[in-house]
Ligand binder design. Structure first.
Ligand code: UDP
Length: 237
């Protein structure tokens, strides 16, 4: 049983997020970076570029190529994960790159690439949302021009109830999981995937919840960036 009397196994209500902590600019060697904790997820994102795209055949004459690479480290899950890319990580890297490409002003940097490294250090469901959310902060920290600060959050269905932000057991035992990413100013959808089944009405309910989650996470992203860049007003002696 994943939900009893409207309360989930970890004590959350159906429309509550797990605790989230975001810190911008944690790595000194990268141009931009972000460390993010979201429930049991621990994610580091780092941005390099724009720099000349190599090998040259990947260059686009009119725009920058966004190369997001999602990776789970071997110790991020309980059964040690085999290092290196697999089908799942290639898929997540692709959808993340495509989502980010829609908000970055890629046309300003022809023939270049922007590398976005997403390392999942600890995983507990929702790592693609955590990764994309951290990547967005790292891109902003790197000063990459974007028309919006993308954000991601999932909603799904457990024991017949539509809920926000599935945790580990809910993801494994639940009926559906639907991660989305949006550009929050316009609420344009940049990514939408779904595992499992929902009725159309449940889908609409889940979409509304995921959008609400995105709005909350978006505030935390902005606060993290403000914390990094706020200038302390020195009081004259
Ligand atoms: N997971 C795992 N081993 C793997 C891949 C995933 O234990 O090789 C776990 C991990 O906790 C992950 C969860 O399964 O967060 C759900 O994975 P999914 O593919 O649904 O992606 P996510 O929800 O993390 O975006």
């Amino acid at each position: 049983m994943l939900i009893k009397d409207g309360i989930r196994m970890d004590g959350r209500k159906p429309d509550e997020l797990r605790p989230i902590k975001i810190e911008a600019g944690v790595l000194h060697r990268a141009q931009g970076s972000c460390y993010l904790e979201w429930g049991g997820n621990k994610v580091m994102a780092a941005v390099y570029g724009p720099r000349e795209a190599i090998p040259r055949h990947i260059q686009h004459p009119l725009k920058a190529v966004i190369n997001a690479r999602y990776n789970m480290v071997p110790f991020s899950v309980s059964d040690r994960k085999r290092p290196g890319p697999d089908r799942r990580s290639v898929e997540i890297s692709k959808v993340t790159s495509e989502a980010l490409e829609h908000v970055v002003f890629t046309g300003l940097f022809p023939r270049t690439m922007i590398d976005v490294c997403i390392e999942v250090l600890g995983a507990e469901a929702g790592t693609r949302c955590a990764g994309l959310t951290a990547a967005a902060v790292a891109l902003a920290d790197a000063g990459i021009p974007m028309r919006d600060l993308p954000v991601a959050c999932a909603a799904g269905k457990i024991d017949g109830t539509v809920v926000l932000d599935l945790a580990g057991d809910e993801d494994c035992e639940g009926e559906a999981d639907m991660p989305i990413a949006i550009a929050p100013r316009t609420e344009e959808i940049l990514l939408m995937q779904m595992d499992g089944h929902m009725t159309y009405q449940e889908f609409e309910e889940a979409l509304e919840l995921a959008l609400k989650g995105c709005r909350e996470v978006s505030k935390l992203q902005k606060e993290a960036l403000l914390r990094k860049y706020e200038t302390k007003n020195e009081v004259a002696p």
